[in-house]
Design a protein around this ligand. Structure first.
Ligand SMILES: [Zn+2]
Length: 258
């Protein structure tokens, strides 16, 4: 039986969305999810291009998330990057080192931080990801900010960094994202908000070793995993494919070097 690892879940509050640690754990238990990689929604600086937040720094938000995750071993964390307002200085490096058991990657939400994929402000963060062997998880959507086509350019320019395309272009038929993930060895797809049929198609096109199960839980509350029950129970994948998608790939990719 696969120990399911959700590679994309959230803690925190932004706009109409809220996910507490307790709500996430309750939802995970209801669906039989063992572990989750979480990032803080409060890392967003914009919602629908309107400035949000109370001025708390990304460093503080990520530190609070790390403290929460250390107290709850079923969680691991992504560091939410704000490239235009905070550079990856000594304090960030120190935090990543202090919580090296907790932080397993960087999280980028291009529109949420006002910087499209390819913006030069991301460069020092990508260099840091390369030096620490941290994968970079990126919200993708065909909105001019976060197209997987843009992410594919980065994947070519940074072959030593693994990139995970969350949503594989949210709201699309995912065909373009599948094509890029199939072609580039360091570009992976995450199933957050994709249908089960599209997840199965992605496995067929890209290979099971390129697709990770993710959910956005628990922003839809205690029933956040209901929409994913078909994904978790699919009979259209082999046991080996299911094991990779539901946990094996995430465990392999999210392991840090230092
Ligand atoms: Zn998300």
């Amino acid at each position: 039986m696969t120990q399911v690892l959700d590679s994309h879940a959230h803690i925190g509050r932004i706009g109409q969305y809220e996910s507490t640690a307790q709500a996430l754990l309750t939802a995970m238990d209801a669906a039989g999810i063992g572990e989750a990689v979480v990032s803080s929604l409060e890392g967003n600086e914009y919602v629908d291009d309107v400035r949000v937040g109370d001025g708390t720094s990304a460093l503080t938000i990520n530190r609070e998330l790390a403290q929460l995750c250390r107290a709850q071993p079923r969680f691991r964390a992504l560091y939410w990057v704000r490239p235009c307002s905070e550079a990856p200085g000594a304090a960030m490096r120190q935090l990543l080192a202090e919580y090296r058991d907790v932080f397993v990657g960087l999280k980028l939400h291009p529109r949420g931080v006002g910087a499209a994929i390819g913006h030069p402000a991301y460069e020092p963060y990508l260099a840091l990801a390369a030096s620490l062997c941290l994968p970079v998880c990126v919200h993708t959507q065909q909105d001019g900010w976060a197209d997987t086509a843009l992410l594919a350019k980065w994947a070519r320019a940074w072959p030593q960094v693994n990139f995970i395309a969350v949503h594989m272009d949210l709201g699309s038929d995912h065909a373009q994202a599948m094509e890029h993930c199939a072609r580039l060895p360091n570009l992976f797809g995450d199933t957050t908000l994709m249908s089960c049929a599209d997840m199965e198609k992605a496995v067929g096109v890209c290979g099971a070793e390129k697709i990770l199960f993710g959910s956005d839980a628990a922003i839809f509350g205690a029933s956040s995993y209901e929409r994913y029950l078909p994904h978790l129970q699919t009979k259209n994948l082999t046991d080996g494919q299911r094991e990779l998608v539901l946990g094996g790939n995430a465990r392999r990719l999210l392991r840090r070097k230092v």
